[in-house]
Design a binder for this molecule. Structure first.
Ligand code: AKG
Ligand code: FE2
Length: 384
């Protein structure tokens, strides 16, 4: 392990088989000799960057590496959001985000405003929930609901049709009791299911607190995505009023790094909504597929949230934004917990190609679909 000048630990580059350590940013690339697999242009950039002295508290320069993820700081160290201080600062940040979205589809955000204590409490809630008896958890079986909310048992989900099941258990919720609830006629309408407070005190409160914080981060990122697409900053505002976001608590038991039985933590897949905000604990195991089909470890970085784009965004942006395949395998030897929040549009929104993403030479690639119908069809395939 090495240490960046801002104190973040990172792993050594690992070129065995099809796995690499993830080069996060030019600091890491330099430190891990990643230039051995960068192309000529990137090598030039790495060299140039080596001589470039910057504060790590400023947004990093553009990520131009074919298979790296960038680490994007959303705020200055004093937590003043860079994007609200001036249009130029917001534009600069949006340019970084565009670069990550167009080239990679995955990036990390730091200083992201989900309080650490809210994260810790939600992880503790997840641990307490998954420690309940199978019988208790199965009372909330996701298959018994009409809107895919509740508990998914080990191997009950199969994200990659080439696999034999996913070695994780999960608990899904959507918006709860909002003043502007998901319309009852929408394709995913319906409430959440919760375990009784007597058997797991405070669970609902703790999970909803995380949901609210993560949703807030999604709403903070949305104008930046809009700017990144050369749209007016509030483009997504009236399309994401009902917070049609799904939150999952996930628990991955430990397993061997190379299981023979086609059962891994979560099989290769792309996400269904616009973008995902993922908290992962320190176990590691998340991998992202690069343009060459190689699996890159998205190593956990303390204090960050991983952002990855999903298929709603890819369709909506006519593939300008990348929805990148990823998977997870928990070979850490201990239990792994993660919490993705899938930030989608309101379910009644039509995913018509965004005007800045189509042209005569780049015609629409996907039929127009209603967001809720789309998410529902993907969930049906996952849980069939
Ligand atoms: O647990 C993780 O790190 C990834 C989870 C994931 O990809 C998903 O739930 O879609
Ligand atoms: Fe995913």
């Amino acid at each position: 392990m090495g240490k960046l000048d801002n104190g973040i630990n990172f792993g050594e580059l690992d070129l065995e088989d099809d796995r690499n350590r993830l080069p996060l940013n030019p600091h890491l690339l330099r430190a891990s000799n990643a230039s051995s697999f960068a192309d000529a242009e990137d090598r030039e950039y790495i060299r140039a960057d080596t001589n470039h002295v910057r504060s790590f508290n400023k947004p990093q320069r553009k990520c131009r590496f074919k298979f790296s993820l960038c680490n994007i700081l959303l705020c200055d160290s004093d937590l003043t959001p860079a994007y609200s201080s001036s249009p130029e600062a917001r534009r600069e940040l949006a340019d970084l985000i565009r670069d990550a979205c167009v080239n990679v589809g995955f990036f990390y955000v730091s200083n992201h405003t989900i309080p650490e204590q809210v994260i810790n409490t939600a992880i503790d809630a997840a641990k307490r929930f998954f420690a309940l008896s199978t019988e208790e958890k199965m009372r909330l079986d996701i298959h018994a609901t009409t809107n895919y909310k509740g508990y998914t048992a080990l191997l009950a989900e199969n994200t990659d049709p080439n696999n034999a099941g996913d070695l994780h258990e999960g608990f899904d919720i959507g918006p709860e009791g909002s003043s502007d609830p998901v319309k009852m006629d929408a394709p995913m309408a319906g409430g959440n299911v919760w375990p009784p407070d007597e058997i797991i005190p405070g669970f609902k409160k703790d999970v909803l607190k995380y949901y609210e914080s993560a949703l807030n981060l999604g709403r903070t990122l949305s104008p930046l995505f809009a700017l990144a697409l050369d749209l007016e900053e509030d483009f997504f505002t009236d399309k994401t009023r009902n917070s049609a976001a799904i939150l999952r608590l996930l628990h991955y038991p430990p397993q061997e790094a190379k299981p023979a039985d086609k059962v891994i933590g979560i099989g290769a897949h792309t996400d269904y909504e616009c973008f995902t905000l993922l908290y992962q604990d320190a176990s590691g195991g998340l991998q992202v597929q690069n343009a060459d089909g190689r699996w890159i470890d998205a190593v956990p970085i303390p204090g960050t949230i991983v952002v990855n784009l999903g298929d709603q965004f890819a369709r909506w942006t006519n593939d300008t934004f990348k929805s990148t395949p990823h998977r997870a395998i928990n070979s850490s030897g201990s239990e792994r917990y993660s919490i993705p929040l899938f930030f989608g549009t309101d379910y009644e929104v039509l995913l018509e190609p965004i005007r800045t993403c189509v042209s005569e030479t780049n015609p629409p690639k996907y039929p127009v679909v209603k967001a809720g119908d789309y998410v529902r069809s993907r969930l049906e395939a996952t849980y069939q």
